[in-house]
Design a protein around this ligand. Structure first.
Ligand code: SF4
Ligand code: FES
Length: 321
C-alpha cells in the first residue's frame, strides 16, 4: 500500500516541521521496518531509535498518528489514517535529532537506581510459584510507554515513574534477594512508590500487559509489611499521616486543627506556623474555636483500626519471612 510518512524533522511539538516521504509497503509491515526502508531507500540522514525489530529492546517508542507506540509492534496497515502516518517524538524525552530521543534523564537513569542485581540471601530452594511474579516484571523492555501515559510524570518529571518502579518490583519481590527492606526504603523516598496517584494509565499503556500500576500497589503493600509507610523519609509527612490516623481512629472524624498542629511539629511550633492561616480561616467562618468532640459510633471506627492493625501485624510477619 502507498503510505506517506509525515516525519518530524524540526520545530517543536506545538509547531512541528515535517518532511514527507512516500513509500509502497505491504500493510502487514511494521511501522519501524517501513521507517528503516524509507531511510535505506530515500534519506540516510533520518534519525530514530530501534534495534531488535521484535519488541525486545524497547528502543523504538515513538508517537505515530498522535498515539505512543512501540513501532516494531504495530503494522502500517493498522496505524495509517487515509494513507498517512505522522511520526513525532514522544512527549517527555528530549530530542537529539529528528525523532531520536535522549532517554537517559527521562527513563534510563531512573531505572538504573533500582537495577542493583540480586544480593543473595543465603539461599533456600526457590519454587516456580515464588518466582512467577518476578518473571512477569522481568519481561519489561523499558520501552517507556507507561511513563508516557503517566499522569504524575505529566506534572513532575522527577517522579521515578512506572517503568523504574517495575524494576524496583522485580528485585523487591525476588525471593533470593537479601536487601529487600533497603530496596523498599529507597523506593519509598520522595518521587517513589507513594507519589503514584493510581490513575491506572500505566497499566493501560503497557503493550505487554505487565500491569505496572498493580505492581506499584503490590510494592506499597510490601513496604507496609516492612513497616515503611507513606511519607517515609519526610518527617513532616510522617507526622501528618500519624495525626490523621489518630484523629479518625480516636474521635471518628477529622480534627483539622490538631492534624495541622501535629504536622508542623506540635503545639508551639505548629501553632506559630499555622496561626496566620488559622486566623484567616476563623475570619471567613471556615474554622471554629469549639472543642473537637468524639462522634457517636467512634468506638466502632476504632475497632476497624484495631482489626486492621492486628491483621497487618500478622501479615507483616508472614511477608517478612
Ligand atoms: S512496564 Fe510495560 S510499558 Fe512500562 S516500560 Fe515496561 S514494558 Fe514498557
Ligand atoms: S526495535 Fe526493539 S523494541 Fe522495537
Amino acid at each position: 500500500m502507498e503510505i506517506t510518512f509525515k516525519f518530524q524533522r524540526g520545530g517543536t511539538r506545538a509547531q512541528p516541521e515535517y518532511v514527507d516521504y512516500q513509500i509502497d509497503v505491504p500493510p502487514e509491515m511494521t511501522v519501524f521496518d517501513a521507517l528503516v526502508a524509507v531511510r535505506e531507500t530515500q534519506d540516510g540522514t533520518l534519525a530514530f531509535r530501534g534495534n531488535c525489530s521484535v519488541g525486545f529492546c524497547g528502543d523504538c517508542t515513538l508517537s505515530v498518528n498522535g498515539a505512543q507506540k512501540v513501532t516494531c509492534l504495530v503494522t502500517v496497515g493498522k496505524t495509517q489514517k487515509d494513507g498517512v502516518i505522522t511520526v513525532q517524538p514522544i512527549r517527555y524525552a528530549p530530542v537529539e535529532k529528528d525523532v531520536m530521543h535522549d532517554m537517559r534523564k527521562f527513563l534510563w537513569d531512573k531505572v538504573d537506581v533500582f537495577a542493583k542485581g540480586v544480593v543473595p540471601n543465603g539461599g533456600h530452594p526457590v519454587t516456580d510459584e515464588e518466582l512467577r511474579p518476578v518473571r512477569k516484571a522481568m519481561r519489561c523492555t523499558t520501552c517507556g510507554l507507561c511513563d508516557e501515559g503517566c499522569t504524575v510524570i505529566d506534572v513532575n518529571l522527577d517522579f521515578y515513574g512506572p517503568a523504574a518502579l517495575t524494576k524496583l518490583y522485580r528485585f523487591a519481590f525476588d525471593p533470593r534477594d537479601g536487601i529487600t527492606a533497603e530496596r523498599l526504603r529507597e523506593g519509598s523516598e520522595v518521587h517513589g512508590i507513594w507519589d503514584c496517584v493510581h490513575c491506572w494509565e500505566a497499566t493501560e499503556h503497557c503493550p505487554f500487559g505487565l500491569e505496572p500500576t498493580h505492581l506499584i500497589m503490590d510494592t506499597r503493600d510490601r513496604a507496609i509489611a516492612h513497616g515503611i509507610k507513606s511519607g517515609y523519609g519526610n518527617k513532616m509527612l510522617e507526622r501528618h499521616y500519624d495525626a490523621f490516623e489518630e484523629s479518625i481512629s480516636r474521635k471518628g472524624w477529622l480534627d483539622e486543627r490538631s492534624v495541622a498542629l501535629q504536622t508542623y511539629g506540635g503545639l508551639i511550633k505548629g501553632g506559630l506556623h499555622t496561626l496566620p492561616l488559622g486566623l484567616r480561616a476563623l475570619r471567613k467562618g471556615k474554622a471554629t474555636l469549639k472543642p473537637h468532640y468524639k462522634r457517636p459510633g467512634a468506638d466502632r471506627i476504632r475497632k476497624i483500626f484495631d482489626r486492621y492493625n492486628r491483621a497487618n501485624a500478622s501479615l507483616r510477619k508472614e511477608k517478612q519471612r
